[in-house]
Ligand binder design. Structure first.
Ligand SMILES: N[C@@H](CCC(=O)N[C@@H](CS)C(=O)NCC(=O)O)C(=O)O
Ligand SMILES: *[C@@H]1O[C@H](CO)[C@@H](O)[C@H](O)[C@H]1NC(C)=O
Ligand SMILES: *[C@@H]1O[C@H](CO)[C@@H](O)[C@H](O)[C@H]1NC(C)=O
Ligand SMILES: *[C@@H]1O[C@H](CO)[C@@H](O)[C@H](O)[C@H]1NC(C)=O
Length: 415
């Protein structure tokens, strides 16, 4: 019983709220909030200002009470099983972690074994999943615990998504495939860690769509550089991450098309994504509805007592309502944040125009997949319904969804 008594102090709440807001990924925050009630947030020096003064007390009491009442640890996060035990003490073998689930697809003969470290509702992770599903590439998922992040212990890079690619000898025929499978038992398997959603997509895109010359040769083109950003903080980034490396398929006349594709991938990542949180938590009622939706998809009713569930929903909604307001100011959104969201979608649809089905023409391209992935991260929220009702993005969205869920990209793979 003693171990159950874990009061979460107010400053610990800020420790996980503020970095997340800074990381521009707030859609998955509810999960983070919920999980923090199970396990104390990582110890970090507290040096940040208290911005959400008004909610602080209520949240402290709410979460404190909640952590007292809830079981000491859970294997589930919003209904998704967390990856089991991350024990890297014996060796560095990342593959020791048991995946949360496996996703199948027709492109099983790629000779690659992919493992995605992710948060289910993070828009950047949704982007990578949309890409993999569109091309029918099978992968394993390791759902990271957003507070403890013990599943990322092996990595110096601490954000999600991370993709671990294990290269089997890439056989071209069925026969070779079988022999390679047999030989892996004895051979050392090559393993690469890819960081950042856009880098992951560009590397796999180069590899599968044009340059089937092996992962190592593609990786040489995507070297991270260290530099200081506006805040004077050292960051590592692959500068050419929006560029794909082309081999024989490169044609001069596609230059404009490729430029547009890059430009809109970048826009989705750096501009559109900021419109989400202020919109899904626009009013207190909508924040509540969003949390009720998370509760539904995550089957919280099965996992939480009614009392616990209500505390999480009300405390979470209150906190996120204020976070949304702060982000609205930070990114200078319109007074009615919906207008900014509509503007974003209208701009996107205007660029596609009336002659094309997708930005990519007859088939979605990487810009379509990025935008779709980001939108799909809040598909169940009121803000999404409003978008569908008040802009013309619906038909495009559901067309991409059909293409993604039916793996329409599979026939384009060069394997
Ligand atoms: N540019 C990165 C951004 C990734 C990112 O910001 N991920 C967030 C989650 S959505 C994260 O892991 N933040 C660190 C944290 O929450 O501790 C990408 O496109 O993958
Ligand atoms: C990803 O980050 C890790 C550090 O955590 C680094 O070792 C690895 O080389 C990076 N991957 C790429 C492809 O840059
Ligand atoms: C949470 O709900 C899922 C789905 O119903 C169930 O399988 C799982 O056992 C529950 N987890 C906990 C910790 O109760
Ligand atoms: C959107 O339109 C549908 C059908 O017209 C309606 O049932 C729904 O209430 C509307 N949703 C919102 C959020 O306006």
């Amino acid at each position: 019983m003693a171990s159950r008594f874990r009061i979460i102090k107010t400053h610990q709440i800020f420790n996980f709220l503020i970095p997340t807001v800074k990381q521009k990924c707030t859609v998955y925050l509810p999960q983070r909030l919920i999980n923090s009630a199970y396990s104390a947030p990582p110890k970090r020096e507290f040096s940040r200002k208290l911005i959400f003064g008004a909610t602080a007390g209520a949240m402290g009491i709410g979460l404190g009470l909640y952590s007292y009442l809830s079981p000491p640890e859970s294997k589930y996060l919003a209904g998704i099983p967390l990856a089991e035990k991350a024990d890297f003490t014996r060796n560095d073998n990342i593959m020791d972690i048991k995946p949360s689930r496996e996703v199948s697809g027709p492109a099983s003969a790629l000779g690659l074994d992919l493992t995605l470290y992710q948060y289910q509702t993070c828009p950047f992770c949704c982007k990578v999943r949309a890409f993999l599903e569109f091309y029918g590439i099978p992968y394993k998922v390791i759902e990271v615990n957003p507070v403890m992040r013990q599943q990322l212990k092996f990595s110096k890079y601490k954000k999600v998504p991370i993709l671990i690619v294990q290269e089997k000898e890439s056989p071209k025929s069925e026969f070779l495939w079988i022999s390679a499978k047999i030989s892996t038992l004895g051979t050392k398997i090559k393993q690469q860690q890819l960081n950042d959603s856009t880098v992951i997509i560009s590397i796999l895109g180069s590899l599968f769509l044009d340059l089937p010359s092996g992962l190592d040769s593609v990786l040489k083109y995507y070297v991270p550089m260290t530099y200081k950003n506006e805040d004077g903080k050292e960051v590592e980034e692959v500068m050419n991450k929006y560029f794909l490396m082309f081999g024989d398929n490169y044609e001069k006349n596609t230059e404009t098309y490729l430029k547009k594709e890059r430009q809109w991938r970048k826009w989705a990542d750096n501009e559109f994504v900021h419109l989400i949180s202020p919109n899904i938590y626009r009013t207190y009622d909508e924040a509540l509805q969003a949390f009720n939706y998370f509760s539904e998809v995550g089957e919280w009713e099965k996992n939480f007592s009614m009392f616990e569930r209500l505390i999480v929903i009300y405390v979470g909604a209150t906190a996120m309502y204020f976070v949304g307001k702060r982000l609205k100011k930070k990114y200078s959104l319109k007074e009615d944040v919906r207008q900014s969201l509509y503007d974003g979608c209208k701009l996107w649809m205007k660029e596609i125009g009336s002659k094309r089905k997708f930005m990519g023409g007859e088939m979605p391209n990487l810009a379509d997949l990025a935008m779709y992935g980001i939108l799909s991260s809040f598909e169940g929220c009121v803000a999404f319904q409003d978008l569908i009702n008040n802009t013309n993005i619906g038909p495009w969205y559901y067309n991409v969804k059909e293409a993604v869920t039916n793996h329409y990209g599979y026939q384009k793979l060069k394997i």
